[in-house]
Unconditional design. Structure first.
Ligand SMILES: *Cc1c(COP(=O)(O)O)cnc(C)c1O
Length: 399
């Protein structure tokens, strides 16, 4: 019997899945390391790595082994009971982040929602903001997830339109502009929610000194600095956290994506005892948050990051990536941005979608964003010669 074809499978998803995505015409059947194979056996080098959820490559042997060990023990107990992976996971993740406490969730959006609740509750109970008056500052171009509250402060019309009524209590200021943030700060501001590098917006790196300035403004106004490192964290930029490039320690780290090892959704809020200490039993939770399988995989991710080898690889290969991208023909490329193994390439006239389609035809997977930009976030384990081959394909594709 002949197996299903890409065309047949795409017709099925076209007919029976909601069209909330517009995937490239590639149907993946298998993957290992930095490479994926489609149902016809064509191979693709994955330069997107599921928006950094696959930082360690597809099916990293250490992560698969950790998952398999745990599958043979216990996978889910709910938080009604403790289990032997939970305490160690929380302690090890807190230590990796130089923090004290962890509140585990599943998806990134849930970690963001948890941070919003934390900042409000902390604002009322610790800072002394009058009831229902808390304000959280976010930034133009932000991406923090897809819940109704999170899209309430999105500035992306596609992400936001038709989902009102919107949640109040947010103020949005331009990204990268310290005086705009300073002007928005007051006693009612309990949190500043920031991506240290804006991923979805096209890998926007703020000006030098900006994150340190945000830290200072938060400290002087008694607001929590909430760093959404769901995409930028865990090695992507050449350090464990992107905030470290400016020596900044936020009050809360939001982690997700790579924390699940490319196997399952695992997210967390990581913070101090003073801040996460605001929660009492029954005030917040998640059936699957902190489950044994998630914790076992997360612990292996943390162990892999604790040696620094992946971060170093990201820094070294990232420098090489940016050197090659900056040598692309000037007439074709308007701007190259990024840090470590993470880049946004903005084209002068080509659409990002067109470039991604040409790349896919050449065996390279990448993702467009905002019209003329493509995002590159190869797995941190990518071989240098594979990366070079993919960049050769990019050169040819935009010729
Ligand atoms: C992906 C992402 C999220 C949302 O994560 P989900 O797991 O898709 O809910 C939030 N913040 C940032 C910065 C992200 O990149």
């Amino acid at each position: 019997m002949v197996g299903p074809t890409s065309t047949g499978l795409r017709a099925l998803s076209d007919a029976h899945s909601a069209h909330n995505y517009h995937p490239l015409p590639v149907v993946i059947a298998e993957a290992e390391g930095a490479w994926a194979t489609d149902v016809e056996g064509r191979r693709y080098l994955d330069l997107l790595a599921a928006y950094s959820a696959i930082n360690f490559g597809h099916r990293h042997p250490r992560l698969i082994a950790a998952a398999q060990r745990q599958l043979g023990r216990v996978t889910l107990v709910s938080r009604a009971f403790d289990h032997d992976q939970f305490g160690p996971f929380c302690a090890e993740l807190a230590a990796l982040a130089g923090m004290e406490m962890v509140l585990p969730m599943n998806t990134g959006a849930e970690a963001v929602e948890t941070a919003i609740k934390t900042a409000r509750k902390w604002g009322y109970e610790v800072k002394g903001v009058p009831a229902d008056q808390a304000v959280i500052v976010a930034f133009e171009g932000n991406f923090h997830g897809r819940t109704t509250t999170i899209v309430s402060f999105s500035t992306d019309e596609q992400a936001r339109a038709s989902y009102g009524p919107y949640t109040p209590g947010f103020r949005v200021v331009p990204y990268g502009d310290l005086s705009a943030l300073a002007a928005a700060m007051n006693q009612r501001v309990t949190g500043v929610l920031i991506e240290p590098i804006q991923g979805e917006a096209g890998v926007i790196v703020p000006p030098p000194g900006y994150l340190a300035g945000v830290r200072e403004l938060c400290t002087s106004h008694g607001a929590l600095m909430i760093a959404d490192e769901i995409q930028s964290g865990l090695g992507r930029t050449g350090t464990t956290f992107a905030c470290q490039h400016e020596g900044v320690q936020p009050d809360m780290y939001l982690l997700g994506k790579a924390l699940g090892g490319g196997i399952m959704p695992v997210s967390a809020v990581v913070s101090s005892r003073e801040i996460l200490g605001v929660f009492r039993p029954g005030q917040h939770g998640s059936t699957f948050g902190g489950n044994p399988l998630a914790c076992a995989i997360g612990r292996e991710v943390i162990a892999m990051l604790s040696t620094g080898e992946f971060q170093e690889r990201s820094a070294i290969l990232g420098a090489h990536l940016h050197e090659r991208l900056s040598a692309l023909p000037r007439h074709a490329v308007r701007e190259v941005r990024g840090r470590g193994l993470w880049a946004g390439v903005e084209f002068a006239s080509l659409s990002g979608r067109e470039v991604c389609e040409r790349l896919a035809a050449r065996g390279v997977l990448a993702k467009d964003t905002h019209g003329t930009t493509i995002r590159l976030a190869p797995p941190l384990i990518i071989a240098e010669h594979d990366l070079d081959w993919a960049l050769d394909q990019l050169e040819e594709a935009i010729r």
